[in-house]
Structures are given as structure tokens and as C-alpha cells.
Design a protein around this ligand. Sequence first.
Ligand code: ADP
Ligand code: MG
Length: 346
Amino acid sequence: MSFLDNFFNQWGSEMAIDLGTANTLVAIPGEGIVLNEPSVVAIDANSNRVLAVGYEAREMIGRNPGNIIVERPLSDGVIADYDVTEAMLSYFINKANPRRHIWTPKPRIVICIPCGVTSVEKRAVFEATIQAGARQAFLLEEPMAAAIGAGLPVDEPTGSMVVDIGGGTTEIAVISLGGIVAFRSLRVAGNELDDAVMRHVRDVYGLHIGNRTAEDIKIAIGSAMPISTGELDMEISGRDITTNLPRTEVVQSEDIRDGIRAPLQEIVVAIKDAFNETDPDLAADIIRNGVLLTGGGALLKMLDVLLTQELEVPVYVSDTAFSNVVEGCARALENPEALRRSYTQK
Ligand code: ADP
Ligand code: MG
């Protein structure tokens, strides 16, 4: 390491970023999570200027006039729009910097990527991070970051299994001795469940609802199994599909459960596949240690119960499901071995 690198590292200008399809989190070692905002950008279609990022941009979804485009620059976990991702990252990095009003060296950044992305996709995240203002960038695979963040013994010769259900993708990985030994990544996660709720409410209640209402329903009363504390209902408003007039209806958790059964089953099958592919000794470790369920989608009611029953392995929900990935990236900053194993460029 050069003298300058040493000097900058001493200064402590470091950042960890969880660049998610739904939400972006930024943590600074020693300070914790300093930013947590939706991964959304609003752009003026005429001038191509960025109008708003994060919370402010999300408020515009569904309310934007034709000349304003509101987009999520990441879809299915990878960069769909490079320039907009870079603009978003640059905004978040600047906003998260506690000393942004005085000159500070550019930060060293650890940022996460989904498992199994192509080298072109990795390079895109790397370049966007550098262009957005990083001095050095290290890319860490999401399930590995989640496992480190949750405090699993990733470097030990024992198998740990992580299932991270985000907005766009579900990432399933078996980890041992600091590496990922088996993984599955599927494009069925929170957004698919929202779409399923939307279709089901249309079919069963004859109501047309928007994406945000569908997500609200999923979070409030959605469940993977009968709810142990009692079934729930919720009053919602939408547009009647035949009369086109606004109408209010009370929806039941049993109905919502029927609606999301198919996408949930796809997630179950993928986890079973990954588990069945795992070497018997590692599988024995996982049976003993259990499976960690993380990411926002892990919070779906009764999902842990469904998975425990289907896999016949204890599955538990992390109580820090939203922050495991960014915490793991932050811990990797202090772990030269983890950085050495990550994707980077000199
Ligand atoms: P990403 O890593 O892709 O940014 P997150 O880990 O932030 O995603 O999770 C976002 C997803 O979690 C969204 O689809 C959201 O609807 C879902 N979610 C958040 N809270 C809950 C909840 N209580 N129950 C079910 N799903 C939830
Ligand atoms: Mg995530």
C-alpha cells in the first residue's frame, strides 16, 4: 500500500453501500447507517436533468406529468440504466458524507452485487461507483454481505445458508470457509408478490388497484400460511373494473394468501433445489445451524413457518433483515481478507 493510501485510510473516509432494487442504504464505519432511501430517480425528460432522488422522487411515482420520468434504475438486482444509477449513487454518496461541505479525500467503498451476475454487470457497478466518487471500490456478493452482517461464521469450516428476499430478486446461498459454495438467484421476490396481489384483487374483488396499494396490502395482511394470531382484513379503495368508478372494499388475508401462493412456491422450489445440491456434510451443518431469512421480503407474515415446514430445516428471520447487507459491507471494510476476496481493480 502506498503512503497516500495509508494516509487516506487513516483518515477513515470509508463507506458501505447496499445498492438494492428497492432501497439503498449507506453506512459509515463507527457511525452506523447514515442513509436509507428508495432507489428511485426523477428526471426531466426534456433536459435530462435529475430533479429528485430517493424519498422525494418516490413521492412522484404515479403523480408525474408527462415531462417527468420517475424510474428505478436497477431492476432484477442489476443496473438497467447506467447513467441514472451513477447519478443516484453520486447523490447518495455526497448526501451520506458527513463532511461534504469541506474538502475530504474520496471514500473507499464496499458495495454489494447479486450472486451470479456477469463480468460486464460487475464492471458496470464498479465503474458507476468510481464515477460517482469512490477512490477505490470493492464489490461483495449480497448473500455473503448479509451473512457477515448477521454475524454468521462465514470463515469457519461450517455450512451457513442465507435466503435474501429483496424487491427484484431472491438470492439463496450456501457459504463455507469464506466462499459461496452453492447459490440460486431468481427474479421472483417482493415486486412479484405485489403484482400477484394486484391481479388477485382484480379477479376476486373486481377492483383495479395500483402498485403501492398492492404493496401496502401485502405488508399489512399478506401471509404465507394461516396467521397464528388470527386472520386479518383491510379496507382498500380502487376502481371498479366494470363501472370504472371508485369503490371501497374490505379484503381478507385468506384471499391475499391464495393470490401470492404461486410466486411463493417458486421461491420454495428454488431454496429446495439449492439445499438438495449441497454436499451432505454442509447440509448437516445447515440442519444444525438453520437457514437465515433476510431482506425486506423475509418479513412476510408466517413465511418462516412455511419454509421450516417445506424444507424440514429450521428457518429463522433475522431481526435486522433490512440492514444485514449494508452492515456486512461495513464490516468487510475492516477485514483485509474479505476485501482481498472481493471484486476490485487496481
Ligand atoms: P432490495 O434489497 O431489493 O432493495 P429490500 O431488502 O429493501 O429490497 O426489500 C424490499 C422488499 O421487501 C419490497 O418488495 C417490500 O415490499 C418488501 N417488504 C418490506 N416490508 C415487508 C413486510 N413487512 N412484509 C412483506 N414484505 C415486505
Ligand atoms: Mg437487498
